[in-house]
Design a protein. Sequence first.
Length: 95
Amino acid sequence: MTMSAVVGVDAGATKVCAVALDKEGRTAEREVVRCGNPLVAGVEAVAEIVAELAEEALTKLGEEKAEALAICAAGAGAGEVRAVSYTHLRAHETE
């Protein structure tokens, strides 16, 4: 197993998009039209779709795990969203 990719996720008000980038500069994208704002859709629902899309983008590149994951989410400035999102995403990491 290699870990030579990073993933960026934009979880916005109308869609969630994940892009994986490997060290060779190849990219793979996966997106869905669904609310990505944890304050509206719920933290657990958004964490699940973020994890799913990140995994699918990595799979398209032939990678199993990423070296890093960056997430930009609508409503992420709210303290309760930051705390709960981290907990939910760490849970997905170990599955």
